[in-house]
Design a protein around this ligand. Structure first.
Ligand code: XMP
Length: 506
């Protein structure tokens, strides 16, 4: 399949470039700046990303681009644009002030193929501390802003285009058109990448990879493992066994409801209720990290016991998605969230790993799920942490506390759905605090639990903002909770963003 290669120089928006290219129904791979693939037979174009580094600094990345320039159309973005200039005799210098934010193009070369259909004033998004002050010989300026003379430059004969701004971010209003001009107009993408083509190719590949082998998959109720399971079920049917473990820390009725949904989807699912074991092992533990470790270890034991009952199982399938694997996102030493899986299993049981969603971004997983006929209530579910309500109960965990929190959470989440707010936010939940507070009910003094509600907007959970839920809604929910949940007399709403707070409280 045709593909665009995105060489990553460590920019925070590299992943966004990938998503934009995929939105143009074109396959792309994000790889470190110095690892252009040996086999480039399917490559139709190359994009060089931005970077936090200065192109003239000692630690800057200066890969040899001789295998790329002249062979494929190249688009340099920000650092990518500066690198092309710097490497070909142009000039890049520190700008007097760092330029960040909206800017308008006040000049566009009408003959530029990259800017076809784009007219001044065109809003773009800048984020740079260095500026291109001279472009290489043979190149021509193709766009400017008031501040930046060489906002874009190119050499059409050599098939090189360069832009100082970031077309991949939403605030570059002409970004989509510009990327479309590059990917389709210039590179000639046939736009073969779609959920249906992905399903067809992947089902074929899974059949030849797995043959008659047996596969086991751990379901979490989340969208990734669900889509992976349905895709595998389509490919190998009854050779797939799914295991869904109830650790007792799921939402109210979630185990039964999700299990029923899975069976409706035709999956062979073993539902294991191991709540008692988890509660026993968690008794008295208050440290958040210890809770996670106990839950992780118990989870592996339970999964292992169940998986061992399946004869001749050779593969462990997981819902790993593309952002979990993009190693190049770490090239400048910034750590990204490590990804959670049933670690430890493959080694002991000598299972091979099967990750059918490993090329997909989250929004693509949802689109594939939709094409596979998975109902919206499963595809559109908010993320939920693996250790479940354990990280939303401050202090020790008891079945009674879980029950109280389940009731509070249920009222909050059902309310979000009823008020049409659920799909507008990334994630929501309730936290049971370890403090009690004084209240008055009827004529009686009360001394009961306080709970916090948390709802955030985000696009990837790396950063998040608290959701501005309507006061009327919060008023309604607070009344419902205090009137209906025994033992709770106070409700707070968490108004902290991430960073510096995190989404979960533990
Ligand atoms: P934080 O609290 O780090 O959460 O801002 C970011 C996202 O990760 C989820 N989360 C977890 N998921 N195991 C998981 O599978 C965990 O231990 C865990 N801790 C946090 C959290 O719900 C949010 O979506």
């Amino acid at each position: 399949m045709q593909k665009i290669i995105i060489l990553d120089f460590g920019s925070q928006t590299t992943q966004l470039i990938g998503r934009r290219v995929r939105e143009l129904n074109t396959f792309c791979e994000i790889i470190p700046y110095n690892r252009f693939p040996e086999d480039d037979s399917d490559v139709i174009g190359v994009i060089l990303s931005g970077s936090p580094l200065s192109v003239y600094a000692d630690n800057a990345f200066h890969p040899d681009l001789s295998r790329i320039i002249g062979k494929f159309p190249v688009l340099g973005i920000c650092y990518g644009a500066q690198l092309i200039s710097w490497a070909n005799g142009g000039k890049v210098e520190a700008a007097g002030t760092r330029e960040y934010g909206r800017a308008n193009l006040n000049f566009i070369d009408p003959s530029s193929r990259l800017f076809r259909g784009i007219e001044v004033p065109a809003q773009v998004w800048m984020s740079h501390g260095d500026s291109i002050t001279a472009i290489p010989e043979g190149f021509s300026r193709s766009a400017s802003t008031d501040q930046v003379h060489f906002a874009a430059y190119e050499n059409d004969a050599k098939r090189i285009w360069a832009v100082q701004f970031h077309p991949e971010v939403e605030h570059s209003l002409i970004g989509r058109q510009l990327l479309e001009n590059f990917v389709i107009g210039i590179c000639g993408s046939r736009q073969e990448w779609s959920p249906d083509s992905f399903i067809e190719t992947t089902v074929g590949e899974l059949r030849s990879q797995l043959g008659d082998d047996k596969v086991v998959l751990g379901l979490s109720g989340g969208v990734d493992s669900t889509v992976a399971a349905v895709l595998l079920n389509k490919a190998i049917g009854s050779n797939l066994t799914c295991i869904f473990v109830n650790h007792g820390l799921l939402r109210k009725n979630e185990f039964e409801d999700v299990l029923a949904d899975y069976r409706l989807l035709g999956l062979k699912v073993v539902g294991v209720d191991a709540s008692q074991r988890f509660f026993a092992d968690l008794a008295g533990i208050t440290d958040p990290e210890k809770k996670r470790k106990v839950i992780g270890a118990d989870f592996i034991k339970v999964f292992d016991e169940e998986a061992s009952k399946i004869e001749n199982v050779k593969w462990l399938a997981q819902g790993t998605i593309y952002p979990d694997r993009i190693e190049s996102l770490n090239i400048t030493g910034k750590t990204i969230k490590s990804h959670h899986n049933v670690g430890g299993l493959p080694e002991r049981m000598q299972l091979q790993l099967c990750e059918p969603l490993k090329w997909l971004f989250k929004d693509e997983v949802r689109r594939v799920g939709h094409s596979l006929g998975i109902p919206d209530n499963l595809i559109g579910r908010h993320p939920f942490p693996g250790p479940g309500l354990a990280v939303r109960i401050i202090g020790d965990i008891t079945p009674e506390k879980v029950k109280t929190l389940q009731e509070v959470d249920h009222i909050f989440i059902s309310g979000l759905r009823q008020w049409g707010l659920y799909d507008k936010i990334w994630q929501a939940g309730a936290i049971l605090l370890n403090d009690r507070s004084v209240g008055v009910m009827g004529d009686e003094r009360t001394f009961e639990n306080a709970v916090a509600l948390r709802a955030v907007t985000s696009s990837d959970a790396m950063t998040a903002d608290w959701a501005e839920l309507p006061y009327e809604f919060l008023k309604h929910i607070s009344n419902e909770i205090i009137n209906k949940v025994k033992g709770v007399n106070r409700v707070c709403y968490d108004i902290s963003s991430k960073p510096p707070a995190t989404i979960e409280w533990e």
